[in-house]
Design a protein around this ligand. Structure first.
Ligand SMILES: [Zn+2]
Ligand SMILES: [Zn+2]
Length: 166
């Protein structure tokens, strides 16, 4: 969304609050958005320069990497950037939020970029998730299947195969 910060540029106000949501459909193969991005923040006149502070949150769906249980989680990010009307050096563009036409700023792309970066590569339903049984495939958090944990020690198998004379 485009936010007008005209009152700050003219000096009428020293602070502008905002909150809105960004519709989003995101899916990276492991994490999928489960609602809009909720954004709230403020732009402040810091006496000589302006600064924007934003907090963005989003619910997302994923699965536990061990037991494949479906999970719904929430990610959030806080961003603080100086706001500039004009850059002296084009290479600084990434460090600033730039004021565009009609005294407006647009931070939606910045928010999406930073927020999606916080999504984990893998998620767990809980730190001590027992995962799926490698033998029968049951969810060991829910079922006690009784399959033996480990493959039998091959050295013991050798012993078992030794036939004692009859
Ligand atoms: Zn799990
Ligand atoms: Zn099992």
């Amino acid at each position: 969304m485009k936010l007008s910060i005209r009152e700050l540029l003219t000096g009428e106000k020293r602070k502008k609050d905002f909150s809105y949501s960004i519709p989003v459909e995101y899916n990276d193969g492991g994490n999928e958005s489960a609602g809009d991005i909720q954004v709230s923040g403020e732009v402040r006149d810091m006496g000589g320069y302006m600064e924007i502070t934003v907090k963005a949150e989003m619910k997302y769906r994923t699965v536990c990497a061990r037991c494949l249980e479906k999970l719904e989680k929430e990610c959030e990010v806080e961003i603080t950037r100086p706001v500039a009307v004009k850059l002296e050096n084009a290479e600084e563009a990434d460090d600033y939020v730039l004021v565009g036409d009609n005294s407006q700023i647009d931070i939606d792309d910045l928010i999406k970029e930073e927020l999606f970066l916080t999504l984990p590569y893998r998620s767990l339903c809980s730190e001590d998730c027992k995962g799926l049984c490698p033998k029968c495939g049951c969810n060991r958090n829910k079922v006690k299947c009784g399959c033996t944990e480990k493959e039998p020690d091959p050295r013991l198998a050798v012993l078992r195969n030794i036939k004692f004379g009859d």
